[in-house]
Design a protein around this ligand. Sequence first.
Ligand SMILES: CC(C)(COP(=O)(O)OP(=O)(O)OC[C@H]1O[C@@H](n2cnc3c(N)ncnc32)[C@H](O)[C@@H]1OP(=O)(O)O)[C@@H](O)C(=O)NCCC(=O)NCCS
Length: 219
Amino acid sequence: MDPSTDTLQEPDFHEILTKRLRLRTLRVTDAEALLPLISLESVMRWTSHGVVSTLSQAERWTSDRALGKDVFNFAIELRQHDLRDGDKRPIIGVVGSFHLPSIGYMIHPDHAGNGYATEAFLAVLPQLFDRIPPLSEGGSGFDHLEGWADVENRPSRRILEKCGFTLCEMRPDPDNDIRGASEIAIYRKARPGRTLEELGLLPIDEGSVQSKAPTPPVQ
Ligand SMILES: CC(C)(COP(=O)(O)OP(=O)(O)OC[C@H]1O[C@@H](n2cnc3c(N)ncnc32)[C@H](O)[C@@H]1OP(=O)(O)O)[C@@H](O)C(=O)NCCC(=O)NCCS
């Protein structure tokens, strides 16, 4: 384990049950179970990190997403998965945030196309808004969440749209280490009771482009 992560705090355990899924707080000890997912090029090419190849890299990747007061990430499991004595359910995906206000999700390709990412994300959204302090309290709060998706990542963009996010910005990403020159679509959703307009996060016309390079990672 990387010693620099030792002092970061492990968040309280949460469990969310949806019709088909069990979401539970991501733990550092999930690194090995996550490796079959985060070692896939087809999945990781859409993230800011890229492919994770070894167990020690997986431990680092998982620690970054499982430790710290601001992380709120869930391992996604299938409720119907049969458990024998002592067995743990396989992890089929991850959803949540480790860099507010950005959110992220991933689902193993064996389970893609079943609506699981949408189901998981819809269940986590209200809890994310409950958890982050509002802007009105000053300091580091947020009244919105943000999803950054490569313009070519149609499934991810569709999930954001289905979950009520609004396309607000298109930013060029000319030097992306993983995908080469690309473009990022930035979607936002205001906290219930607030609007993007009153938060000064007005959507722009799709097609108009800002010149600034992206700063937060696409999770
Ligand atoms: C993106 C990802 C999470 C989708 O997971 P999933 O469980 O298959 O997603 P869902 O089934 O909930 O929804 C996908 C939606 O995209 C749609 N979709 C899939 N391929 C599409 C395409 N090529 N064009 C347009 N829409 C597409 C699906 O039809 C579905 O929409 P619908 O319910 O209206 O039919 C998964 O493919 C993944 O992990 N990708 C790699 C990691 C990633 O991209 N993470 C997000 C980074 S921003």
